[in-house]
Design a protein around this ligand. Structure first.
Ligand SMILES: [Zn+2]
Length: 407
């Protein structure tokens, strides 16, 4: 048993919608699961003999659940970032051979061992910013050997890492250059999706449903096939244009619909009725210098449980830090601190179908928590761009601490 005591403020969303802030708090866990959350006095009287970690009056949150990443890839696209600073758009960069296609080329040339090594480094970095669970997508292969290579690297990370990892097959991230679009869709429907399911290489299926990418009909066909094969549904929708992707996500009863920058109001309401989790990616619309950001307030008012994620990828949002995403979400979307923390933890867990075990500090859930060296949780938002994380606890054990790894 491990007890974290002398916590200045403990914050956690609760299943069912409430949000808890406990000053002078304590939390205990056994076998990696939370057994007690309450005040310091209650903790000390109930568990006098527990092994204790002193939180030194600091702030404790649940570990972040990053529900949307493209963590495994080779190469970088720093040059495109500089092009965008000079005014080039996402579509112009893609038309010039950049964008997803340039990462596809670099990733196809990389071996599994190289991709694994690169991904490990990125995983180590995201842990230092507070991510304790994440989703990883394939999608930079765009043919079977390379998509399989990416999924198997993700499975290796899942095996060796302490983090909880949900794996998503995103063969429909773009179209490969070497074959006709219809032929690639046939391949996805009749060969790639069945093999992903048969060999249990992924839990979710995802499609980039947007202007210039997969149409709504193609997305429907791929997602329905994936569901029949036993995969759960995620979608990239309404990022570049309003293609009525939010309504499609509702129709398909997707677990999550992601991006949604240009989603229309009727589609958002349908997502609410269908219980689809919106995963908003403020780092992406910010880094793309979009004039418009996702309508988080409308979604919350419509009863949707908004999640936020990094969209970590080499092109449109090269951001490892969920702390930075929290800051962007309050500044760009107008979320409150409590709404942002809920979006980065419990609602992120819901977006990867892990809500029963992850995302909040409640009895019976996994003991994944973060200790921040701040006097009040407001500093996590107020102090822009600074990493205030001091300790990461995963399944009741210290996974990383700044004290053990000073700069
Ligand atoms: Zn994405």
């Amino acid at each position: 048993m491990i007890a974290l005591h002398n916590i200045g403020q403990l914050l956690t969303p609760l299943t069912g919608g409430k949000f808890l802030i406990i000053p002078n708090a304590g939390i205990a866990s056994e076998n990696g699961k939370v057994t007690f959350v309450g005040t310091q006095e209650e903790l000390l009287s109930s568990f006098p003999n527990a092994e204790k970690i002193d939180a030194e009056r600091k702030v404790v949150l649940p570990g972040f659940v990053d529900a949307h990443t493209h963590l495994i890839f080779a190469g970088d696209r720093c040059n495109e970032f500089l092009m965008r600073l000079s005014g080039a758009t996402y579509q112009e960069i893609a038309a010039a051979g950049g964008g997803i296609q340039s990462t596809v080329q670099a990733t196809r040339h990389a071996s599994s061992a190289e991709l694994l090594e690169l991904a490990r480094v990125n995983l180590q970095t995201i842990i230092r910013y507070g991510t304790t669970s994440l989703e990883i997508k394939s999608g930079y292969g765009l043919d079977w050997p390379n998509e399989e290579k990416l999924l198997r690297v993700a499975i290796q990370l899942q095996k060796e890492s302490a983090l909880d990892i949900a794996i998503t097959f995103l063969g429909a991230h773009d179209f490969p250059k070497e074959i006709a679009r219809d032929d690639y869709i046939d391949l996805l429907l009749n060969e790639m999706l069945p093999r992903v399911a048969q060999e249990k290489l992924a839990e979710f299926s995802d499609v980039f449903c947007d202007q210039g990418y997969y149409t709504n009909d193609q997305t429907r066909a791929l997602s329905e096939r994936a569901r029949r094969l036993g995969l759960k549904i995620k979608l990239h929708v309404d990022e570049l244009a309003d293609v009525d992707g939010a309504a499609l996500a509702a129709e398909l009863k997707a677990v999550s619909a992601d991006h949604l920058i240009r989603a229309n109001e009727s589609g958002i309401r349908k997502m609410g009725e269908a219980g689809v989790i919106p995963v908003l990616l403020p780092g992406t619309s910010f880094a793309l210098k979009c004039a418009q950001h996702a309508s988080a307030r409308l979604m919350l008012q419509s009863g949707l449980r908004v999640a936020i994620a990094t969209d970590f990828n080499p092109g449109t949002c090269y951001c490892h830090s969920m702390q930075y995403i929290l800051q962007l979400s309050v500044l760009l979307y107008g979320l409150s601190a409590e709404e942002a923390i809920t979006a980065a933890t419990l609602n992120g867990a819901a977006a990867i179908d892990r809500e029963s075990t992850l995302g909040s500090l409640e009895t019976g859930k996994q003991m994944d928590c973060l200790i921040f060296n701040v006097p009040h949780y407001g500093h996590l938002f107020y102090n822009l761009g600074i990493n205030r994380l001091e300790t990461v606890i995963k399944k009741g054990k210290v996974l990383w601490s700044k004290k053990a790894n000073p700069l």
